[in-house]
Write a protein that binds this ligand. Structure first.
Ligand code: ADP
Ligand code: MG
Ligand code: MG
Length: 254
């Protein structure tokens, strides 16, 4: 589903490369995790996939179901089924959370040639999904993320994901700053969406989220590349021994 080949990326106004040849394949139905020390390029990878300004791809490719993502406008990437939950969710003053969700859903339905959801159907759906994430009605009425706590923002991102039902979901450190209960809610939200025709890329600094969202494959990113991939046990190895041993082993093999 998601295929990243030899991706090289630098900042627009600097020559220093950040991604130095990322290779990653995430098949439909699977959950992959990317772990790695701070500054290794995890967020940059998600930004580039989402089409954020300021990054220049100097080499390589990224496709979703064979479509060239890097050529697409950010909104077309979303319409193609890509969803990103960011480490720092943006606040949108003046736009009510429900209005935002409904607009996003209807834009997506329009791009698929489906009719708009009726106000009643939308309300029923959003209430049901919000309840599962313990998001109260008051939060649904407030401007998007404005004044939300860190945990509320993260749960709100999972609500967006649950409403839009994207095919490829990328979560960038959606666990950071969450207490144990909020993390469990986020994980349950993700697990509820797991399906044979949907894939997840879960970027996390810590192993604890992966206790709740069991990944099929764990990748370790370091210095702009994926340097090691393995099963869920790789996350436990990181938890127990840190990155030093793994990185030393990779360096010795190189
Ligand atoms: P991670 O998410 O793995 O912690 P990032 O992708 O955020 O890593 O960052 C990778 C490297 O690129 C870091 O050295 C970071 O400082 C640098 N970097 C990324 N984006 C920017 C930016 N917009 N301006 C300056 N440096 C950046
Ligand atoms: Mg970081
Ligand atoms: Mg990051």
């Amino acid at each position: 589903m998601l295929e990243i080949r030899n991706l090289h990326v630098k900042l627009e106004d600097e020559d220093k490369p950040i991604l130095k040849g990322v290779n990653l394949t995430v098949p439909a139905g699977e959950v992959h995790a990317i772990m790695g020390p701070n500054g290794s390029g995890k967020s940059t990878t998600s930004y580039v996939l989402s089409g954020r300004d300021g990054y220049v791809v100097t080499q390589g490719s990224a496709t979703l179901d064979g479509q060239d993502l890097l050529e697409m406008a950010p909104e077309d990437r979303a319409a193609a089924g890509l969803f990103l939950a960011f480490q720092y969710p943006v606040e949108i003053p003046g736009v009510g959370n429900m209005t935002f969700l409904r607009t996003a859903m209807n834009a997506q339905r329009k791009s698929r040639g489906e009719p708009e959801l009726s106000a009643g159907d939308f309300l029923k759906l959003v209430r049901e999904k919000a309840k599962a994430l313990q998001i109260d009605a008051e939060m649904l009425k407030r401007p998007v993320n404005v004044g939300f706590s860190g945990g509320e923002k993260k749960r709100n991102e999972i609500l967006q994901m649950a409403m839009l039902e994207p095919r490829m979901c990328i979560l960038d450190e959606t666990d950071s700053g969450l207490d144990v209960d909020a993390m469990r809610l986020v994980a349950e939200g993700v697990n509820a969406l797991r399906s044979p025709d949907r894939a997840f890329l879960v970027i996390t600094h810590y192993q604890r989220l992966l206790d709740h969202i069991r990944p099929d494959v764990v990748h370790i990113m370091h210095d702009g590349r994926i340097v090691k991939s393995g099963g869920p046990d790789l996350a436990l190895e990181v938890e127990n021994n840190g990155y030093a041993d793994i990185l030393a082993e990779v360096a010795a093999d190189a």
